[in-house]
Design a protein around this ligand. Structure first.
Ligand SMILES: Cc1ncc(COP(=O)(O)O)c(C=O)c1O
Length: 393
C-alpha cells in the first residue's frame, strides 16, 4: 500500500473529523518516525504531546508486553494491582490525595466537573474557566473550553459554565457568584498558544479560591509528566491545586486519563457516582508506572530543563536573525514560537524537509519534543526551521 491508498481508505470509511497531514507513520523509535515508504522524520511534536518519552520507549514497551501476557483487562468492580500502584506513584510525586482513572483528557475533565459539582452540592454548580483554554471535545469539556470556534454548531452547551480572561484576576472576581464551585485553568495554555500563567496570578487565584471556598483545578494534561522540568507544572509555583487533570504522556503512548484530588475532596465521588469501564486498566497503568520509572532512572526532569534552556537559546538566536519570529515563549520543553505570518505553510515546509512540528492559533509554532531529546536533535531541528523561515521571507 502507498500513502495515497491509505488516504483513499480514509475517504471511504473514516469520518472526516480531522485535518490530516499526508503521512502514514508505521514505525517510531525515540525522536524518529518512519512512514510507509521508509522516509524518516524528526518528531518535535510526538503524539500531540502524548509520546513524552519519545516513540516506543523500551521501558514502556517491556512493561506493556509483560502485562499483556498476564491479563489485559480487569473490570473496576475488582481491585487492579497496577492501578493501585500508579495511583500511589502519582500521589507520592504530587500532593496527598487520591486518583480516579479514565482513558483520555476529556474524560479526566468530565470527572473534574463532576467532582466540582459534588463539592458544590446542593446550591453551587457553576465552573469558571479561561478564555483561549482548551479542555477537550466532549460536551462538558467543550462547555469549559474558552474558544467559541470549537462550540459552534453544537449548541446549546451544557449550563453552568463561564469564561474569563486568562491572567485577569479582577475579571474572575466579578464572575464569581454564590453559585460558583470551581475555577479551572491550564497553568500553561497549550492549544491557546503557549501562554504561561504568571506565578503571582496563580498565587492570587489560590488565595481568592480559598476565601470563597471554591475549588482550584489545574488542567495539567499537557504540562505534566516532566514537560516543564518538574513532574507537574504546579511544582514550579508552589501553588498546589485542589485537583488536577492528567492524560497525554502519563501512559507513554497508551490511552489514559486521571483526575487527582486532594484528601479533603477525594472521597466526594462515592460508589456509583462515577465510573469508566476501561479506566485504569492493568496494561495502561503498567505503562504509566514505566513512564515514572524511566523519568527517574534516566533523569529526564533534568534533561527537560537543560534541553529546554538550550532550545530557548537557539530559538532566540534564530529570532535575532529572522524578523518573522515575534516571540519565543513557554517553559522547559513546552515551547511556542510566535510568528508574524501564518504558520501553516511553515509546518508544511518543515514536513517536506522531514521535520514534524505543530502550529496553533494560526501563527504559533508549537514544539514539544520528547523529554530525552538531545542537543544534536535540537541542532538539526533548528537548521531545518532556519532554512524554512529563510525561504518564507
Ligand atoms: C489542556 C488539555 N486538556 C484537555 C485535552 C483533551 O484531551 P483528549 O484529547 O485526550 O480528550 C487536551 C487535548 O489536547 C488538552 O491539551
Amino acid at each position: 500500500m502507498k500513502t495515497k491508498d491509505v488516504i483513499n481508505l480514509y475517504n471511504q470509511f473514516v469520518m472526516p473529523t480531522y485535518t490530516r497531514t499526508p503521512l502514514v507513520p508505521v514505525k517510531g523509535k525515540g525522536m524518529k518516525v518512519v512512514d510507509l515508504h521508509g522516509k524518516e522524520f524528526l518528531d518535535f511534536f510526538p503524539g500531540w504531546a502524548v509520546s513524552g518519552l519519545g516513540h516506543c520507549h523500551p521501558e514502556v514497551v517491556s512493561a506493556v508486553r509483560n502485562q499483556l501476557k498476564k491479563i489485559i483487562h480487569i473490570p473496576n468492580n475488582y481491585y487492579i494491582l497496577q492501578q493501585a500502584k500508579l495511583a500511589r506513584e502519582i500521589i507520592n510525586n504530587s500532593f496527598p490525595g487520591k486518583v480516579f482513572f479514565c482513558n483520555s483528557g476529556a474524560e479526566a475533565i468530565e470527572s473534574a466537573i463532576k467532582l466540582a459539582r459534588a463539592f458544590g452540592r446542593p446550591d453551587r454548580f457553576e465552573i469558571i474557566s479561561m478564555e483561549k483554554s482548551f479542555h477537550g471535545r466532549t460536551l462538558g469539556a467543550l462547555a469549559l473550553t474558552g474558544q467559541k470556534k470549537y462550540q459552534q454548531g453544537f449548541e446549546p452547551m451544557p449550563q453552568g459554565f463561564k469564561c474569563v480572561e486568562f491572567g485577569n484576576l479582577e475579571a474572575l472576581k466579578k464572575a464569581i457568584t454564590l453559585r460558583t464551585c470551581a475555577v479551572i485553568i491550564e497553568p500553561i495554555q497549550g492549544e491557546g498558544g503557549i501562554n504561561v500563567a504568571p506565578e503571582e496570578y496563580l498565587k492570587a487565584l489560590k488565595k481568592l479560591c480559598r476565601e470563597k471556598n471554591i475549588l482550584l483545578i489545574f488542567d495539567e494534561i499537557q504540562t505534566s509528566m516532566g514537560r516543564t522540568g518538574k513532574f507537574f507544572y504546579y511544582q514550579h509555583s508552589g501553588v498546589v491545586p485542589d485537583a488536577m487533570t492528567l492524560a497525554k504522556s502519563l501512559g507513554g503512548g497508551m490511552p489514559i486519563g486521571a483526575l487527582v484530588a486532594t484528601e479533603k475532596i477525594a472521597d466526594l465521588l462515592t460508589p456509583g457516582t462515577h465510573a469508566s469501564t476501561f479506566g485504569g486498566s492493568p496494561v495502561v497503568c503498567a505503562a504509566g508506572l514505566a513512564v515514572f520509572r524511566a523519568i527517574k532512572k534516566e533523569k529526564l526532569l533534568k534533561n527537560a530543563k537543560e534541553m529546554g534552556s538550550y532550545l530557548f537559546e537557539k530559538l532566540n538566536i534564530l529570532k535575532q536573525k529572522c524578523d518573522i519570529i515575534k516571540e519565543v515563549k513557554g517553559l522547559g520543553l513546552m515551547i511556542g514560537v510566535e510568528l508574524t505570518i501564518e504558520g501553516k505553510h511553515i509546518v508544511e515546509a518543515c514536513f517536506e524537509k522531514g521535520l514534524l512540528i505543530n502550529c496553533t492559533q494560526g501563527n504559533i509554532l508549537r514544539l514539544m519534543p520528547a523529554l530525552n531529546v538531545k542537543k544534536k536533535d535540537i541542532d538539526k531541528m533548528i537548521k531545518i526551521l532556519k532554512d524554512v523561515l529563510a525561504d518564507a521571507v
